[in-house]
Design a protein around this ligand. Sequence first.
Ligand code: FAD
Length: 380
Amino acid sequence: MNPLPSISFWEQQWLKNTDILVIGSGIVGLQSARCMRLQWPHREVWVMDRAPVSLGASTRNAGFACFGSMGEILDDIERTDEQTAFALYEKRFHGLKQLLADYGETTIGYEKTGGYEVFKPEATTEYDYLAANIDRVNTTLKDIAGENPFQPKNTAKLGMKVLENGIFTPLEGMVQTHLLYKKVYDAAVAIGVRVLGGLTALPPEKLDSGKWRVRTHEGYKFDAQILVVCTNGYAAQLLPELEILPARGQVLVTSAIPGLAWRGLIHADKGYIYFRSLGTRILIGGGRNMDFEGETTPELNTTEAITQYLMNYLQEVVVHGEKFEITHQWAGTMGMHQNRTPIVQRLDAGLYACVRLGGMGVALSALVSRELAQLVKETR
Ligand SMILES: Cc1cc2nc3c(=O)[nH]c(=O)nc-3n(C[C@H](O)[C@H](O)[C@H](O)COP(=O)(O)OP(=O)(O)OC[C@H]3O[C@@H](n4cnc5c(N)ncnc54)[C@H](O)[C@@H]3O)c2cc1C
């Protein structure tokens, strides 16, 4: 391969200085940039990304506008405690409201379909455990959501090989991921945020002037008064002090299945399997719990083992008997931690991070971006 061309004097003059630099043009980086630009309309706010279009989770997710199923919430309580788990639910709930208020429902393809949690026929103990906790969880979450989020529901009409006993939440919905990304991108650019794709940031250096210097793999050099890292699952590559692990999520989309009896969102296996309708197609993702170690990676390739696991689940549980093909397949990267809470933090004078969005960052994104902008305002 040819070496990278040298940077011209003019390019370096243009790109040298900005007031605020955000690394990462996912939905969190773009919304953080937009919030800061709204706060300071006369400041230059730039966003850089290693890819021409974002390449992490925001353009590769499943489009669930959700807050956590019963199984996930109880799993979260076991990992942390009730207060932390319910606080996270609350953040997602208000975050989604904010997102819809900011961008509108139709423009992002939002449909409030509700979501089911289903159980394999042999998983009666798992269902009984969750069902026994519904009232307790509802009592707390009703104060947040204004109604009981969870109700037992007969899932026989879904036409799947699952227990008749399932759990339904009317509060969830789905978005069209590409429409949401486009809307978030357009809203940032419309108010003067400049987005530069194809620049891979190297770890930042603090200058004597107090500014932050970011060199890129391509040979550019940016100096900014305020630097915000929004690289989510890749954040520890730039800021190794952050407790965050990359978690690969693999996704498949089927061909049209004419007899599909259900529409909406479905959660299974404590959220480790999730699938939704896309017209008469199905999008299914998950299976990380089959190989936690192998899936703790920033690599974006798909693997035979997880593909097969998701295919088997589709064939045995979801669309048994119907013929279908896999038409699309990809992987994305989440930013994870045991307690699943996001990091919105000032790390040093002028240096901030807004990362670790976990598996439900769509709902969180509008809220954490505002928190970040407010934090910068108060502490810069
Ligand atoms: C398969 C999958 C399914 C998901 N499904 C859902 C769902 O249904 N609902 C939901 O709420 N959430 C879901 N999520 C999670 C959600 O998509 C994320 O939480 C959210 O998109 C995070 O946004 P972000 O902007 O923080 O990170 P990202 O979208 O990951 O953006 C980070 C950006 O940083 C860039 N970057 C990384 N390193 C560098 C560098 N050194 N220099 C420059 N740029 C860099 C990347 O290219 C990327 O564009 C899913 C995630 C995955 C992977």
